[in-house]
Design a protein around this ligand. Structure first.
Ligand SMILES: [Zn+2]
Length: 122
């Protein structure tokens, strides 16, 4: 089976990044063996075939963001903004935290009650 990794669509980039950061050499070797298009440079930086005649640093092509709630570092694709009680994006969190934070239907400050609303509008 030929796996086209030029776009890294078949590669779980979070796993690669995590593995790379943990410097787990046996797993890295397995990844490099399994996925054509991955390589390492002379300072052991993980590289991916860009599909354009060159290798690029994986850390350059993966948009890694930190979850604003649990602090985990993840691929941006695996994160979502919570919404506050007005539906405005509030903070970028991982899916696990999103489910927890949005349990009540919104994140951040709770709905104002009637008295607060009068204060706001005058
Ligand atoms: Zn999180």
């Amino acid at each position: 089976m030929i796996i086209d990794t030029t776009t890294l669509e078949f590669v779980d980039v979070d796993d690669i990044k995590k593995t790379y950061m943990e410097e787990d050499t046996p797993v890295m070797s397995e990844l490099l063996r399994t996925y054509r298009g991955l390589s390492v440079d002379d300072v052991n930086e993980l590289l991916a075939w860009s599909g354009d005649s060159e290798y690029v640093s994986v850390s350059d092509i993966i948009d890694v963001k930190k979850c604003a709630y649990c602090g985990k570092e993840l691929n941006r694709d695996n994160m979502e903004f919570t919404r506050d009680c007005y539906g405005i994006p509030y903070r970028l969190v991982c899916f696990d935290c999103w489910d927890e934070l949005m349990e009540n239907g919104y994140d951040g400050q709770r709905y104002y009650d009637g008295i607060d609303e009068y204060v706001d509008y005058y």
